[in-house]
Design a protein around this ligand. Structure first.
Ligand SMILES: Nc1ncnc2c1ncn2[C@@H]1O[C@H](COP(=O)(O)OP(=O)(O)OP(=O)(O)O)[C@@H](O)[C@H]1O
Ligand SMILES: [Mg+2]
Length: 428
């Protein structure tokens, strides 16, 4: 037997004696009486007492393992309970979903980090009903505690924020009254729900946007086949409108394809060096006829030296085209669009960045619209945008492309005064 096991053996013997002190006291008292009033000699009384003490010290006390709750009152008992709980705590802390551990009386024993955050839990020992008041969950807890059968419920919480959870209640079949008996695991469905809603909204919006020009095309075809069959003037006029609607559908499909292409490439970061100043000059040349048509002047303050980023030429060209085109479309007739490039040294990112400001003096945007402009199909004025040939996907594509390039878009605007759209991109 090595040193450690001898010490451990002695400690266990002492601990057993301590646990049995009341039995030993009763035996000692009986022996004193026997010594005083019978023929028992002191020598035999001491030998008998010594043997009994040895028995209590060496033999396992069967009561010892049956009384965990009484033990928890003692110092060593508390330590033992904590030790038993430790693996449970380590396990639930390692899991990303919120998890609670309850005892048989529905009192909280432990909660992992995610549960503490989601349910604002500060201390253990409180009843589950003080943490989550959702009746469906509380009823499921009572059912599991009485039936000892695991179950699953779908719940909605409103406090602190509205969330939907799939909750798994698992009975741990633990013999202790105050030990972990019920594990409650929450799977947050809110994000999945939001994505599903976004997907179905997107399909509904895309179908609606396509259905409008399609219905108009079919209407004109009917008219041309019927009442206007022999009306040459009407035919020319209607064919013109039909061509416009057809172009609108093509634009919409092109934008939808662009969006899906950018979304597909989102994890493949670009690797080509690209001269941004040259690309802006090229985009401005393409958009000059549109600006002239609206009497808008395009002012490009090109930097002396070319500025480079790592990027995809087609994608960044789409960004500049949409933003400059928006500034012209929603600008003032006879107004201006100023484009400039500047360095950004605010230390907000590790890589040095530059910014491109696209400023117009047009209609401007009310502040409550600004956070929603990059949502798909979001337009401040749907009719005005349609009239100008817009699909409402431009800024959604811009945002995706900039994320792909580790860039950013900021929008500042004053209704009636004008807007400035700023693109931030990392330097090559
Ligand atoms: N410079 C601007 N000034 C005022 N409003 C703007 C400006 N740029 C964008 N907007 C508003 O933001 C909305 C969304 O812009 P976005 O580019 O996504 O769509 P669009 O220009 O209408 O259509 P698309 O770009 O697909 O042709 C526009 O409909 C318009 O209401
Ligand atoms: Mg646009």
């Amino acid at each position: 037997m090595n040193q450690l096991t001898i010490t451990e053996f002695l400690l266990r013997a002492l601990w057993r004696l301590k646990q049995s002190w009341h039995y030993l006291l009763a035996i000692a008292f009986t022996q004193i009486l026997l010594f005083l009033y019978t023929d028992l000699t002191l020598k035999w009384a001491l030998i008998a007492f010594g043997l009994l003490v040895a028995c209590f010290a060496l033999l396992n006390n069967p009561l010892e393992d049956q009384r965990p709750t009484t033990m928890s009152k003692s110092q060593s008992g508390k330590k033992k309970k904590g030790d038993r709980l430790q693996p449970f705590i380590e396990l639930i802390e390692a899991l990303p979903d919120p998890i609670l551990l309850l005892d048989r009386q529905n009192k909280l024993i432990a909660a992992n980090h995610q549960a503490r955050t989601n349910f604002e839990i500060t201390n253990t020992g409180q009843d589950i009903s003080a943490i989550i008041r959702t009746p469906d969950l509380l009823e499921a807890v009572s059912r599991t505690v009485s039936s000892h059968e695991s179950e699953r419920v779908l719940i909605q919480t409103r406090i602190p924020v509205e969330r939907q959870y799939m909750v798994n209640l698992v009975w741990l079949a633990n013999g202790e009254v105050r030990g972990p008996s019920l594990l409650i695991h929450f799977r947050d469905l809110s994000e999945q729900e939001r994505l599903n809603r976004m997907r179905s909204d997107f399909i509904a919006n895309a179908s609606h946007e396509l259905r409008t020009p399609l219905a108009s095309l079919l209407g004109f075809i009917d008219t041309l086949q019927g009442p206007a069959r022999n009306d040459e003037d009407a035919r020319d006029k209607f064919l013109g409108v039909m061509a416009k609607q057809g172009k609108r559908m093509t634009r919409l499909i092109d934008d939808l394809l662009s969006l899906s292409r950018v979304e597909m490439n989102v994890h493949q970061h670009p690797s080509d060096r690209l001269d941004v100043t040259g690309l802006i000059t090229h985009t401005i040349d393409i958009l000059k006829p549109l600006a002239e048509g609206q009497g808008v002047s395009l002012e490009w303050q090109s930097p002396e030296k070319p500025v480079e980023t790592i990027g995809d030429r087609d994608e960044l060209s789409q960004v500049f085209q949409n933003l400059i085109q928006n500034a012209i479309k929603y600008g003032r007739e006879g107004g201006y669009v100023k484009i400039s490039l500047r360095d950004v040294n605010d230390g907000s990112t590790l890589r040095p960045r530059f910014a491109i400001d696209i400023e117009d003096n047009g209609i401007g945007i009310q502040s409550h619209h600004i956070p929603r402009l990059t949502e798909r199909f979001y337009r401040v004025d749907v009719e005005q945008s349609r009239e100008k040939g817009g699909t409402g996907l431009g800024l959604a594509i811009v945002k995706h492309i900039l994320t792909h390039h580790r860039g950013e878009l900021k929008i500042q605007s004053k209704p009636g005064t004008g807007s400035t759209f700023t693109i931030f991109l990392p330097k090559a």
